[in-house]
Design a protein around this ligand. Structure first.
Ligand SMILES: O=C(O)CCC(=O)C(=O)O
Ligand SMILES: [Fe+2]
Length: 314
């Protein structure tokens, strides 16, 4: 297998002559790394930049203003979560970040309303809602294409995920890692962790720092090109596929020297299934070599709540 995390052009998936080869290469990349870069995705750079401008403007607001959008006791599901809260599972120091959560817009009478509360929007930042939700929808669409390829690779119909993610409890999370001013801080920008959801699409990590743990246990830096979206497998898809698709451990390390005084911005989109989707190991992923690791199914919502408590968001 390759010693580098592959980047693939997703336009190949829509090319009838190249589709099978694309699915095979993408599937192999995910089996090995749980990560891949995706380019040729068609999301205009201007739209990504407009969203980032709004996110940067929000994080630059005074803390007292940002705290108007913090909802204590809500698990940070919507709005602002300040610096010093989220702590990677099993870590003794909190992560060095603040972030905002945008969720799916659904009608108030939806059966999913309890699991998916209305969004908050910062009135101080014009364009935050328009560009932020535009990016949410664009990444939701791109994620559906990646899931379709991942389904085909393991023998499912290409549309298998469509009716299981159409009301997915997905979250767009603009993150700000402020400059690190002290020396010898024991905290990391983001401690080693796995993502909870099906897949994560990470757009425009503006500076180096993301590292991915290889099968042999090495930390491999993965800083994608500007036109590339990093897409990784989360724990829900790992569980559903009985670890055929691994949810790979990753972290964001603190830069050394003067670079630590620079802030870092990044925006993951955590693509979740519908809250009532039952995560039950796919029979096609169970074999004599790989017996069912999760005989007990669990709903996506039940699983999410369990995991949010572990990272101190609930
Ligand atoms: O900031 C990044 O590049 C990655 C963030 C991340 O892994 C996460 O928020 O789950
Ligand atoms: Fe992550």
């Amino acid at each position: 297998m390759t010693s580098r995390i592959p980047t693939l052009d997703i336009r190949r998936f829509e090319d009838p002559g190249d589709r099978d080869a694309f699915v095979a290469e993408l599937g192999a990349a995910y089996r090995e790394w749980g990560f891949a870069g995706i380019n040729g995705h068609g999301i205009p750079q201007a739209d990504i930049d407009a969203a980032y401008d709004a996110f940067v403007a929000f994080f630059a607001l005074p803390e007292a203003v940002k705290m108007k959008y913090h909802v204590p006791g809500s698990g940070g599901a919507r709005g602002y979560t300040p610096f010093g809260v989220e702590t990677a599972k099993g870590a003794s120091h909190f992560d060095l970040k603040e972030f905002w959560h945008i969720g799916r817009e659904i009608p108030d009478d939806s059966k999913y309303r309890e699991a998916m509360p209305p969004n908050l929007w910062p009135e101080e930042v014009p364009g935050f809602r328009e560009h932020g939700y535009g990016l949410y929808q664009a990444l939701d669409g791109l994620g559906a294409r990646v899931l379709s390829a991942l389904a085909l690779h393991i023998g499912l119909p290409g549309d298998w995920f469509a009716d299981k993610t159409d009301f997915g409890n997905s979250i767009l999370r603009p993150i700000h890692y402020p400059p690190i001013t002290g020396t010898d801080v024991p905290n990391e920008r983001a401690g080693a962790h796995e993502d909870i959801n099906l897949i994560t699409l990470l757009v425009g990590a503006s500076a180096a720092g993301l590292e991915v743990r290889s099968r042999s246990g090495d930390w491999v830096p993965f800083t994608a090109d500007a036109d590339t979206i990093v897409v990784n497998i989360g724990d829900m898809l790992q569980r559903l596929t009985n670890h055929v698709y691994p949810s790979t451990t990753h972290r964001v390390v603190n830069p050394r020297g003067e670079e630590a005084r620079e802030p870092r911005y990044s925006t993951p989109f955590f693509l979740h299934p519908n809250p009532d989707f039952l995560i039950e190991v796919l029979p096609g992923t169970v074999s004599a070599d790989n017996p069912n690791r999760y005989p007990e199914p669990i709903t996506a919502q039940g699983y999410l709540e369990e995991r949010l408590r572990e990272i101190k968001l609930k």
